[in-house]
Design a protein around this ligand. Sequence first.
Ligand code: B12
Ligand code: SF4
Ligand code: SF4
Length: 393
Amino acid sequence: MEETGDRLKAEVLALGRSVGLDAVGVTGADPFPEVRAELERRRAEGLHGGMQFTFRNPARSTDPGRILEGARSLVVGALRTPAPRLAEVGAGRLRIAAYARHDHYATLRGHLERLADRIRSDGWTARVVADDNALVDRAAAVRAGIGWYGKNANVLLPGRGSWFVLGAVVTDALLPPSEQVEEGCGTCRRCLDGCPTGAIIQPGVVDARRCLAWLVQAPGSIPREFRRALGGRLYGCDDCQEVCPVGRSEVIADGTEDPAADVEAIDVLEADDADLLERFELGDVAHRVTAGFSHGMGRRLSVVLAALHEPEVLLLDEPFDGVDPLGVEATLEVVADARSRGAAVLVSTHLRELAIEACSTVSVLRGGAQVAEMSALDMAGEEGARAYRSLLD
Ligand code: B12
Ligand code: SF4
Ligand code: SF4
C-alpha cells in the first residue's frame, strides 16, 4: 500500500509539472487547528474587517474532512501569475492587480482536475478546491512544502516569490507528505514598510480594515483616510509583493507596459454599468471603487479620477446627476478636499442646493449667457430660491 502511495504521488507530482503547474506538493488532510484559532482571534479582534470567506466558518475552512468524507491527503498546486514590474499607472488609466488580470483560477482548477482524474483512475475519490472558502489555501501550501509564509502573509516559493495562486486536490488516497521548506524572509521587512496603508500590523498579520485589496471589494464607501493611498487601483493591490526582493529576477524589465494590467478610464466612463461589469469581468466590484453605488457609476468615477491627479483647476460637469445620496456625499467630499488643497473647483449643475453646498460663488446662466454672479449663501433658503427663479423667468 505504502509503495502504491509513493508511486501515485510521484506520478501525480510529475503530471502536475507537465500540465503547467509551477509547484506541486503533498500533505495529510488533517485539520489546521492553529489556523482555525488564528481566524477566530482575528475575527474577535475585528481584523477581518467584516470579511466572510474563510472567517465565516473557521471550523469548516480548516478541516479538509468537511470537503471530502474520509479525506487523507491534499495535493497542493501553485500557478504563476505573471507580474512584470510596471511603470506607474498613467493619468486616465486604472490598474488591476496581477492575479486578477486573467482568470488564473480557471487555469489552475483545470490543471488540478487533471491530477484529480489521475487519482480517480486508481479508484480513489478526489475533489478540487481553489480559492474556495472550504479550505485555507495558504496553510495547505505551506504544509505541503510549496513555500513559506512571508511577512506580507503571502506564501513565497523558494527563489520565486509570491506571484502564485494556490489550490488543492482533496483525496481519500493516502499519499506520503512532501518536505516543508524553510522560512526565507530573514531580517527583511520591506513589505511591512512598503504597505501604503500600514495594513501589515505584525509580520504575517494583515488588518483587513486597512488593506486596499479588501477595501476595493468591501461593501460601502472606501474610508476617506485611504482614498489617496488607493491611487489608480481599480482592483486588488500588489504593493507588498512589488517590494519583495524574492524572485524578482523572474520579472520583465522595470517600467514594462502590460496591456492587461491597466484599463483606460475613458472606456470605463463611456460604458454603462452593465457593459462595464461585463467587459472588465469585474462582477460587482467596480462600483465599490466609486464609493459604494452602482447607479451613476461612470459619473462618479469621473469625479474620483479628476480628483486623483490633484489638478489646480477641477471642472465637474453635472457631477450629481443620476447619483444616489451616498454618491452625492462622496462627490461633495472630493470637492471639499480639492478646495482645501487650494484648487479652483468649477461645478456645473442645475441642482441649486448642491451648488450652494459645493461652492462659494454661484454663477447663474440663462440661454448660455451669465445673468448673475453672487455669493452662494445669497442663493440659500426660500429667499435664495425666489431670487434664483426670478433670474430665470
Ligand atoms: C480572505 C483572503 C484575503 C483577504 C485577507 C488576506 C489575509 N492576509 O488575511 C484580502 C481580501 C485582504 C486578501 C488579499 C490578497 N489576497 Co487573498 N485570500 C483570502 C482567502 C479567501 C482566505 C485567506 C485567509 O483565510 N486568511 C486568514 C488568515 C488567518 O490566514 P493567512 O493570511 O494565511 O495568515 C497566516 C499567516 O498570518 C500565518 N502567520 C501567523 N503568524 C505569523 C507570523 C509570521 C512571522 C509569519 C511569517 C506568518 C504568520 O499564519 C496565519 C494562519 O495560517 C484566500 C483563499 C483561501 N480560500 O484560502 C485568498 C488568498 C490567500 N489570497 C491570495 C492573493 C493572491 C491575495 C492578494 C495578493 C491579491 C491582490 N493582489 O490584491 C492580496 C494579498 C494581501 C496580503 N498581504 O495578504 C492567494 C494567496 C497567494 C499566495 N501566494 O499567498 C489566496 C490563497 C487565493 C488563492 N487561492 O490563490 N485576501
Ligand atoms: S495588499 Fe496592499 S494594502 Fe494590503 S497589505 Fe499588501 S500592500 Fe498593504
Ligand atoms: S518583502 Fe521581505 S519580509 Fe516581506 S515577504 Fe518579501 S522577503 Fe519576506
